[in-house]
Write a protein that binds this ligand. Structure first.
Ligand code: PFF
Length: 529
């Protein structure tokens, strides 16, 4: 008798959208979006950012969700199903979010600390806290444990349930905080002007690059996240519509964060002497706490809700990063979820500790534990956001646009029209925009992202120092490290994974059933004795 295949994944479309939006909305929106905006010409940056979300981010997101959905498997298997030689991109898409996970653990620990410390004075603790290794490790561990607990519950009972509860809470707190900030009075309009009046002279080419990479990071694309979450969706989900919802939600939260931060900083500038800082970590963990302090007892409550909200956003992103590698370990090594998450969380934490210490040194002005002139957090961040994410994003476009379907004749490449109708037939229903999507997927997106990638790398190796570009040895070292990571992924893939089974989502169901059976047998044996 045919056994109905039990699907391992999200219970419904809304659950998927909220989980993916949970991954997208994170420190990138609440923390780096406002400071990058302030550094790069306010609304001019926002404009390029939104443009990048629509014409690049959305295309890559649809491609990734769809690659996952059609494979119903981890990202290595998903790429392999398209073409065996592309599987190494799947491995790179697992390594990328894993690297982010390592430093996200530390920053997540900071947000938990600041939330819990809201009823004491948060305004002066950034330096003492960051320099206190024991405490940093403790809070990072707390943050990691919280996230691991969610992922242990599985996709439907852990990730989906948590996001269904946490995302609405996050949104409500966000809206309340924005309304509160907009009614602060004096200075609010200056803040809004600063945020919403474009200054294109402050944007520059660096700003355009920053906006595009911020869009990718914020949407969680180019990182295997959407492949993994997409693989847990069922037949009746509409990939295009879901992607639009996720992108809209992510962008709204980023814009709201700006609406809260700029008026507040301008309102309190005279009273507290704080300045708009271009350094994100100072803005969130030093400037805002000074503002909260000046509000008196109400400030403690606002601070609690603010940092609570940031912690929630960080947890729902962190679980997606943990899931990508966990999914692969379960399926490749046929181990139980608990064991897989223990390995991923444990190794991630082992990296987080030196990153936390290195960041502490940097924030307390000590030049220790640096690599290529940067603290370890920045090293990881630069490598992932400037090199690995764009490569994986191009990979997703090329895999779906060029390798998934064959053209009828060997000489001619598959036309956009044919690609569009193939996608439509197979289940990626994009209606009227199908043809435009196919063109963007095949040509525009990979070329544009490729250009960003090249300029991004030039920018690292030849940074512009007061208007002139100079060679940076440290920059070159960072690019070489990224290159080594990619080569190692390719070697591991071609030697150990290409011709071996790498598993699918069904494996987890089977593993669970086997474990349950074993348990039952043990119980029966015990009763018989
Ligand atoms: N998109 C998240 C943010 O904006 O903070 C960050 C993120 C999530 C990065 C998932 C990487 C990732 F794999």
């Amino acid at each position: 008798m045919d056994r109905p295949v039990k699907r391992n994944g999200f219970a419904g479309g809304l659950g998927f959208i909220l989980a993916a939006a949970g991954s997208a909305v994170g420190l990138g929106n609440l923390w780096s979006f406002p400071y990058k905006t302030s550094k790069n010409g306010g609304a001019a940056f926002v404009f390029v950012y939104i443009f990048s979300v629509i014409i690049l981010g959305l295309i890559v997101m649809i491609a990734e969700i769809y690659l996952g959905k059609r494979a119903q498997a981890n990202s290595i298997t998903a790429y392999k199903k398209v073409n065996k030689n592309l599987g190494w991109l799947g491995l790179l898409s697992i390594v990328g979010p894993f690297m982010v996970l390592c430093y996200y653990t530390v920053l997540g620990g900071y947000t938990v600390k600041f939330a819990m410390n809201s009823f004491s004075d948060n305004s002066t603790i950034m330096q003492t806290f960051s320099g206190n290794t024991g405490e940093v490790v403790l809070y990072s561990a707390l943050f990691m444990i919280l996230s691991v607990l969610v992922v242990t519950g599985g996709v439907k009972n852990g990730i989906e349930k948590a996001c269904k509860v946490l995302m609405p809470i996050l949104f409500v707190i966000m809206v309340c905080i924005v309304v509160y900030c907009l009614f602060l009075g004096e200075g609010v309009s200056d803040g809004l002007k600063y945020y919403l009046a474009p200054d294109f002279s402050a944007l520059g080419f660096d700003g355009i690059l920053a906006a595009m990479s911020q869009a990718f990071f914020s949407l969680s694309v180019g990182m295997g996240i959407m492949i993994s979450y997409g693989s847990y969706t069922g037949k009746n989900i509409n990939v295009g519509k879901s992607a639009v919802w996720i992108a809209v939600f992510d962008t709204i939260v980023a814009l709201l964060a700006g609406l809260a931060v700029f008026p507040t900083i301008f309102h309190y500038q005279a009273e507290t002497g704080i300045q708009l800082q271009n350094n994100g970590i100072v803005l969130m963990f030093s400037s805002l706490p000074i503002v909260f302090k000046s509000l008196g007892p109400v400030g403690n409550i606002v601070s609690f809700f603010f940092f609570g909200m940031v912690s929630i956003a960080a947890v729902t992103s962190m679980i997606s990063m943990l899931e990508v590698a966990t999914q692969f370990f379960i399926q490749k090594f046929r181990i139980k979820r608990k064991k897989a998450i223990a390995i991923v969380g444990g190794v991630g934490f082992a990296f987080a500790v030196p990153i936390g210490i290195s960041l502490g040194f940097a924030l307390t002005g000590k030049e220790k534990m640096m690599l290529a002139g940067n603290n370890l957090l920045d090293v990881f961040d630069i490598i992932v956001t400037n090199v690995i994410i764009p490569i994986c994003a191009i990979g997703a476009c090329i895999a779906l646009g060029w390798f998934t379907y064959k053209s009828n004749s060997a000489k001619e490449a598959l036309s956009c029209r044919k690609l569009s109708s193939n996608l439509q037939e197979e289940g990626l229903k994009l209606g009227k925009v199908g043809l435009l999507f196919s063109f963007m997927l095949k040509y525009a997106a990979p070329i544009l992202i490729g250009v960003i990638e090249v300029f991004g790398i030039i920018d690292i190796v030849f940074p512009s120092v007061s208007g002139t570009r100079t060679f940076s040895m440290n920059g070159l070292i960072l690019v070489l490290i990224a290159l080594v990571i990619m080569i190692v992924c390719a070697v591991i893939y071609f030697v150990f994974l290409k011709n071996k089974e790498t598993g699918t989502n069904e494996d987890e169901v089977v593993i669970q059933e086997e474990a349950e059976k074993e348990e039952e047998e043990k119980e029966e044996a015990a009763v018989q004795e």
